[in-house]
Design a protein around this ligand. Structure first.
Ligand SMILES: O=C(O)CCC(=O)C(=O)O
Length: 282
């Protein structure tokens, strides 16, 4: 199986919309091995975090139970690095997959994440304005050396929704903010079981569909979807679809430096002090 060449139109699509799918990059034998290890990884995640768990990361932390070789093989799929560099730049490389994450579907009930824009929505507003500010954020958000996240599903995956072009905007639109403010993560989890499973599934789906311009990504096994994770996106999950999706990154030295320079800004949110601080304003 040969990975198709990246064209100028593909590069333009990525630069404008913020996502692009390189179709079916995983050879069948490797797909079989990855699925086998992903099933074990899901069992580990459920044991550690419960049946609704969304992820296990990093994979190499579970080397005692997982065979990491298929994940290491993924790093060397023939033609994948060339395709990444053709779409992005020769500076880009795939993060080692053993350092990455697997995303799963829930075992019991539907749920959805909130609409969010990574990093920007995870730092405290006052700190953001003091250290970065809107003008610099415009440059950072549109710097293609940064923010190239990857979802590569091992089974058909329609969980991820994305708003094309939104990564370029510093300010959210009032319509986007109305959708964001229309619910809470607590309601989308529904741990108090106010809704039946079907009501919750419908509720989450309507929330996805309500976001202006949102598209549902339809990914087949082995599709390698790169998306700018500073654009609006979410994951919407149902227990009747099997999900095991590699969630990784195409990074550069500039991205490593950015992450190190600004790691301290994520601390408050990681500690649960404030979540989605910026989203209280338009
Ligand atoms: O499940 C997905 O594809 C998206 C996950 C995500 O955006 C998140 O966990 O922040």
């Amino acid at each position: 199986m040969k990975i198709p060449s990246i064209t100028d139109a593909d590069r333009k699509h990525y630069r404008e919309s913020g996502y692009f799918v390189i179709r079916q990059v995983i050879p069948a034998g490797l797909l079989r091995d990855l699925r086998r290890e992903a099933a074990k990884a899901h069992d580990i995640a459920v044991r550690l975090h419960g049946p609704q768990t969304q992820r296990l990361a990093p994979l190499k932390a579970h080397a005692a139970e997982l065979d990491l070789r298929p994940f290491q093989e993924f790093d060397h799929i023939e033609g994948l690095s060339d395709a990444i560099q053709a779409l992005l730049t020769p500076e880009h490389s795939l993060k080692p997959t053993e350092d990455a994450c697997l995303l799963f579907g829930p075992r019991e009930r539907p749920w959805s994440t909130e609409w969010h824009r990574d990093w920007r929505d995870h730092v405290l507003e006052a700190e953001f304005q003091a250290e970065i500010g809107d003008a610099r954020w415009q440059e950072i958000a549109t710097d293609f050396r940064l923010w190239n996240q990857v979802n590569c599903p091992l089974y058909e995956d329609t969980s991820t929704w994305y708003v094309p072009g939104s990564f370029k905007r510093v300010h959210n639109t009032p319509a986007e903010m109305r959708v964001y403010a229309s619910t809470t993560q607590q309601e989308l989890w529904d741990e108090s079981r106010r809704r039946t499973d079907e009501e919750l599934e419908e509720f989450c789906l309507r929330y996805c569909q309500a976001m202006p311009g949102a598209v549902q990504l339809v990914l087949n096994p082995g599709d390698f979807c790169i998306y700018r994770n500073v654009g609006w996106h979410l994951g919407n999950y149902v227990p009747y679809r099997r999900r095991a999706t590699l969630n990784t990154h195409c990074f550069t030295p500039a991205y490593v430096k950015f992450a190190a320079d600004y790691a301290h800004m994520l601390k408050a949110v990681e500690a649960g002090i404030e979540r989605h601080a910026r989203l209280t304003r338009v």
